[in-house]
Design a protein around this ligand. Structure first.
Ligand code: ZN
Length: 150
């Protein structure tokens, strides 16, 4: 567990302090708002799709360290990926934070996402960590303009 704990500290501190792709995208093809009323996390995810390819992805808004670093890590991983690849990361991430995927055995596949394995020990934090991913999922499927975790 110590490798994962170190990764957790490192990735979450770094991405919270210095979030990647933290900007409004004026030429986004889609944008969806996500809200987690339990914690007050509130972000908008911007997507620029070119057919099935995610050309660009960014976010803005505010929330706790877990939600912000999760959105930052997510956006840094998805540029240039296909919609199907993004969905596959979403499934892995969902299983990871629910404690249904062993991070240590899947480090190669998960990369920086493995840092969020520790969240599975704190059920109230699962929604914080998943918010950006649920919002992205809605944006990929064009499911309206806003989602809430409640
Ligand atoms: Zn939160």
């Amino acid at each position: 567990m110590s490798v994962l704990k170190e990764l957790y500290q490192e990735v979450i501190l770094d991405h919270n302090k210095n979030p990647r792709n933290f900007r409004k995208m004026d030429d986004a093809t889609r944008h969806v708002e996500g809200y987690n009323p339990l914690c007050g996390d509130h972000y908008t995810i911007f997507l620029k799709l070119d057919g099935d390819i995610i050309r660009d992805v960014s976010f803005e808004g505010s929330g706790c360290a877990i939600s912000k670093s999760s959105a930052s890590v997510m956006t840094s991983m998805l540029k240039g990926k296909t919609k199907a690849e993004a969905e596959s990361y979403f499934e892995d991430f969902h299983k990871l934070v629910k404690g249904e995927l062993n991070a240590e055995q899947n480090m190669d596949r998960l990369g920086r996402l493995a840092a969020f394995a520790g969240v599975s020990e704190f059920p109230a934090r699962v929604k914080c960590a998943s918010l950006a991913w649920h919002t992205l999922h809605a944006a990929l499927h064009d499911e309206g303009a806003a989602i809430s975790t409640e």
